[in-house]
Write a protein that binds this ligand. Structure first.
Ligand code: GDD
Ligand code: MN
Length: 361
């Protein structure tokens, strides 16, 4: 068997029923091309990895990476690509929604030097999305596309696509700068490249899912926004910090809303306590789902984390008030700046301490 020139990376979570059909389809469509496939599974409870290994035991073109204690579509794709020695890398969903028949054309286009990256696109002539999205989801998806296009240096009709191919050299150039967070790996690659990558889009029809279910919930939207924010900030601040700070700002809004709601029936101190608790709880939940989605706390660890988070934030607020009063008393800063300095200190403190103690990231 000749060494592969094409590695097809297949991120999988609970896709056991789709593994064998995927291999069959790849074998049919990639005839005449030296290929291999790497399934990257995040320890799915449905036995996806066992399924892939059973096939790999009889077929040397198939490999499987099983990750334990971690979740994430983008990081799974990155790890799969890093495990390849082939000249070309492709990423395709493991649920058969992408059209694998496009792969040979993608490869030809790259080999002809027509582009730096070939993208399977739902939004160019001939492409379609039969995904059964509701009008509401469609609108969110379209807004995401427009927002992403605003940040991109080149015109890409479907920057949210998770189906693409690129030469390994192009990937290795951007790999050190990838955030690897969230689920928009193509967007991450396009935004992380130092030079403007030439994109060619090939139309395909996004198929409805037959087996298993989608893993993307509404919170991935927040992850998507933090990815854009990170790239816009030039990677100066860590992505987790930006996410934490944005959620913190949201917490202030929650706090004020609760305060406004209960201030009549409750006295100010009581209302302030209640508002703080609600805001901290909302913040903890959002941080656990978004900022720390890859090391999300569950079960008993979740409650322990929540209690610790209350303590950490409590100390943060005390420090905030203390510092702001000190700066104000010694007339070092005007009240607005003293307040802002206190708030900034709180965010940095809360972030640094909760990162190490609560989420141990
Ligand atoms: N290893 C791993 N870890 N794989 C994952 C994870 C994870 O945490 N989450 C999802 N996957 C796998 C799924 O098993 C599936 O094979 C693929 O990633 C896509 O996940 P879906 O849950 O089916 O997402 P979708 O259908 O809503 O959206 C996909 O297609 C869009 C259109 O191209 C995604 O790939 C989007 O990024 C893409 O835009
Ligand atoms: Mn899918």
């Amino acid at each position: 068997m000749p060494p592969p020139i094409l590695t097809v990376v297949i991120p999988c979570y609970n896709e056991a029923a789709n593994v064998a059909p995927m291999v069959t389809r790849l074998a049919t469509t990639l005839q005449g091309i030296a290929w291999e496939a790497i399934f990257v599974d995040d320890d799915s409870p449905d036995g996806t990895a066992q399924m892939a290994r059973a096939i790999a035991a009889a077929d040397p073109r198939i490999r499987c990476i099983r990750r334990i204690g971690r979740r994430g579509l983008s990081s799974a794709c990155v790890e799969g690509m890093l495990a390849s020695s082939a000249d070309y890398l492709a990423v395709i969903d493991g649920d058969l929604q992408h059209d694998e028949a496009l792969l040979p054309a993608m490869l030809r286009s790259l080999q002809a030097g027509e582009a730096d990256i070939a993208v399977g696109s739902r939004h160019v002539a001939g492409g379609a999305a039969e995904d059964g999205f509701s009008a509401w989801r469609r609108r969110i998806s379209d807004s995401g596309t427009i927002l992403a296009q605003f940040f991109l240096p080149q015109r890409v009709a479907d920057p949210m696509s998770g189906f693409f191919m690129l030469p390994r050299g192009v990937f290795e150039d951007v790999a050190p700068r990838l955030t690897g967070r969230g689920f928009k790996i193509l967007l991450d690659i396009l935004l992380s490249s130092k030079r403007k990558l030439r994109v060619s889009e090939l139309p395909y029809s996004f198929r409805p899912r037959e087996a298993g279910e989608s893993k993307l919930d509404t919170l991935v939207l927040l992850e998507f926004l933090t990815l854009l924010l990170d790239k816009a900030a030039g990677g100066l601040l860590p992505l987790r910090f930006l996410s934490f700070a944005a959620i913190g700002a949201l917490g202030v809004v929650v706090h004020l809303c609760v305060l406004w709601l209960v201030l009549g029936p409750l006295g100010f101190t009581q209302a302030q306590w209640l508002a703080s608790f609600v805001a901290m709880t909302v913040n903890f939940w959002l941080n656990n789902r978004v900022t720390y989605s890859d090391v999300r706390l569950r079960g008993a660890a979740l409650w322990r984390g929540l209690l610790l988070f209350y303590v950490v934030c409590g100390v943060g607020v005390a420090a905030n008030v203390g510092v702001a009063r000190l700066l104000l008393r010694d007339e070092i800063l005007a009240w607005g700046f003293a307040g802002a300095a206190g708030a900034l200190l709180t965010v940095v403190w809360n972030y640094a301490v909760s990162a190490t103690l609560v989420w141990r990231a």
